[in-house]
Structure formats: C-alpha cells, structure tokens
Design a protein around this ligand. Structure first.
Ligand SMILES: Cc1cc2nc3c(=O)[nH]c(=O)nc-3n(C[C@H](O)[C@H](O)[C@H](O)COP(=O)(O)OP(=O)(O)OC[C@H]3O[C@@H](n4cnc5c(N)ncnc54)[C@H](O)[C@@H]3O)c2cc1C
Ligand code: SF4
Length: 331
C-alpha cells in the first residue's frame, strides 16, 4: 500500500473542507471494507484519506416519518438489515443487506459506502499484465476475450462489460430511493437510479457525484408495496458471495390481479437495472406462474450475452419468476 495522509473529520463541512483542500487524489473513509481492499491491491492510490466515522449525525436510521424512510450514509449495513421496521415493512431492503458479504463486513460497512463499491471484475482488481479500461483508461478490456462468466448482459460497451456488484442499490432502485448529497456547490438530491452511469467510452467514470460530494442520506418513499417484497439472490455458494443474478421484486395485488409491480436486477448489468417493461407486463393481469415467467422473459429480452455468461439469461428469467412468487405470497 502506498503511503497516504490521514485526517479525521469532525463535521460534514469539515470533511468537505478537507477534501477540497487535499484535491482530487482524496478518498473518504467510511467502513474501509472496499477502500482499504482496493488500496492494498494498488487499484486505489489516494494521497489523502478523510475519515468520516466521527460524524455520528450520519448514523441515524429514521423510520418514523410519515412519507419516507431515511438512512444516514454511515448507518451500518447490519443495523439497517436488522431494524425491526425494515424487516417487517420492507423485506427486500433488509434481505439485500443480509445477503451481502459476511456478518463481520456488514458490521463495519456503511450503507453509503456500499453504494460506491467498485466492480469485482478480476482483471480490474488484479491489474497488469491484464488490460482494463476501467483501471487504466484506453488500455483495453481483457474480459472481452477472456473469462466473462460473471460479466454484464445489459448496459455494456465496447470499452467495458463489468457488472455493478452491490445488492443494496438494486433494492433501492426498485423503491425509487433518493440520495441527499452535500458538496462544494451546496446540497442536492438525486435518484439512486441516477448515481451509477453506464461505462460508455469512459468506464473509469462510474458515478454522477461531483468531485468533493459526500453522500449524507438515503431516502426511500414509504409505499404499500414494501411489505410484499423480496430480494432474491442467486450465487455460486450460499453465503459470502456476489450475485450471479439477483432480483428485487415487489407486488401490490387487488384480489388476484396485479395492481402494481416493481422489479430491479443485480449481477447482470453495468449498473443497478430497473426492469420497467417487465413490470408493465404484469399490471392489470392475474398473477400466475405463466405471467411471472413472461415477466422474466420480458426482463431479459434485451440481454446481450458474451461467450461464457449466456447461462445467466435462463437463470435470470427463473429468478424473476421465483422472486415474484415470493412477493405474491407476502401479499
Ligand atoms: C469479501 C467481500 C464480500 C462482499 N460481498 C458483498 C456482497 O455480496 N454484496 C454487496 O453488496 N457487497 C459486498 N461486499 C462489499 C461491501 O458491502 C462493501 O465493501 C461495503 O458496503 C462498503 O462500505 P464501506 O463503508 O466499508 O465503504 P468504504 O470502503 O469506506 O468506501 C467505499 C467507497 O465509498 C466512498 N465513500 C464512503 N462513504 C461515502 C460517503 N458517505 N459519501 C461519498 N463517498 C463515500 C469511499 O471514499 C470509497 O471510495 C463485499 C466485500 C468483501 C470484502
Ligand atoms: S470488463 Fe471493465 S473492469 Fe473488466 S477488464 Fe474490461 S474494462 Fe476492465
């Protein structure tokens, strides 16, 4: 690991000042479970690290407001996952966190840092001699002709086909969650869906956050859909693994008819992937195994598999159908 300067911020304003003073080679430190990992691998080489763990104000979990849930960016994954209101009223949110990483990691890792984790593409993490446009812009993409078993079916470009690996963002996108950020130009809000950007010709540019912006809060609109929701995650082994395919699903039924549906996919796209066309196939129709399968087929209709990841299409269709069945049972 390269040497770096370390400061501990005492307020959000103090953190912003420290980031601005130190310049572009600066990283915020939350749980450190991704940042230190990437620094040890030499993928991240910040000159300055600003520790925000002293900002207790960012640790709150507020489920009491009438219109929305609010999670401070430094709330720990394990605390949000185990919150009784979240477990009861928004199982998809809770399950997306329970099924991510290990208990030790969840105890350290923050829900804000989770959103900003970087891809697990092995070529990106291991670096030279492998070409990787995300790690070194313009160097090429080893995955294109290499092992692309875990790579994206949606949103890829000539330059990069790496999947966004996180689970929490997928569930948040299904519920139209918003982010509050503070930065040198003041506070602003944006949909979580607008945070991650597809790789295009510049895969090293991954989010719409401006330099120096800090995520302070994640807000989720309260909705009756929450109770009948699930986060269904398919992986190579049952714990401590990233998704091959994951599905955040929620249904609101009127009798046997679907009144409203939410579907978002993880593990298959370069960013959290809302499947709106698949949602539309369900609305106004009875819920049956056939309509659930049709929704899965609609969700994966635009898939563009590479050489080794074609198996994720049928796996994904079945995962959507299974997730919808779980959500149906929770109505
Ligand atoms: C072995 C292993 C298995 C894992 N499995 C999964 C999994 O299955 N699913 C899953 O979703 N995740 C998984 N993870 C990822 C893990 O969940 C993330 O490492 C963690 O959530 C990141 O949170 P953190 O607080 O530690 O972030 P940090 O490592 O501290 O920060 C991550 C990035 O976010 C930036 N940052 C942090 N907070 C803020 C903020 N408030 N505003 C702006 N920038 C900020 C940092 O500067 C850094 O660039 C796994 C990790 C490991 C090591
Ligand atoms: S898929 Fe993206 S992250 Fe992986 S090697 Fe290619 S450019 Fe790098």
């Amino acid at each position: 690991m390269q040497p770096f300067d370390y400061v501990r911020a005492t307020s959000v304003a103090d953190a912003m000042r420290a980031v601005e003073a130190a310049g572009p080679g600066t990283r915020l430190l939350a749980g450190g479970t991704t940042l230190y990992d990437l620094m040890k691998l030499g993928v991240e080489t910040p000159d300055h690290v600003v520790d925000i763990n002293g900002l207790r104000v960012l640790e709150t979990i507020d489920t009491s407001q009438p219109g929305e849930l609010a999670f401070g960016a430094l709330a720990r994954m394990s605390d949000v996952a185990a919150d009784p209101v979240i477990m009861r009223d928004y199982p998809a949110l809770s399950e997306s966190l329970w099924r991510a990483a290990s208990q030790q990691l969840r105890n350290m890792a923050s829900v804000g840092g989770n959103l900003l984790q970087r891809t697990r593409c092995a070529y990106f993490r291991n670096g030279p001699p492998f070409a990787c446009n995300k790690r070194a812009s313009g160097s090429g993409c080893a995955a294109k002709e290499g092992i692309d078993r875990g790579h994206a079916l949606f949103g890829g470009s000539e330059a990069c086909i790496a999947v966004y690996p996180g689970d929490w963002a997928v569930a948040l996108v299904a519920f139209d969650a918003q982010l509050d950020v503070e930065g040198p130009r003041g506070p602003r809000s944006l949909p979580v869906e607008a945070l991650h950007i597809p790789p295009g010709a510049t895969p090293d540019v991954e989010t719409t956050l401006a330099p120096g912006e800090i995520i302070v809060r994640i807000r989720v609109p309260k909705t009756a859909l929450g109770r009948a929701s699930t986060y269904h995650k398919i992986r190579d082994r049952e714990s401590y693994a990233f998704a091959l395919v994951s599905v955040a699903a929620a249904l609101r039924m009127e009798g046997d008819t679907v009144a409203e549906a939410r579907l978002a996919l993880g593990g298959v796209a370069t960013r959290p992937w809302r499947a709106r066309e698949a949602e539309a196939t369900l609305v106004g129709r009875p819920f049956t195994p056939d309509t659930a399968r049709e929704a899965g087929e609609a969700a994966f209709a635009g898939a563009r598999p590479g050489r080794m990841n074609g198996f994720k299409v049928e796996l994904g269709i079945r995962a959507v159908a299974d997730a919808l069945s779980i959500a149906r049972e929770r109505n």
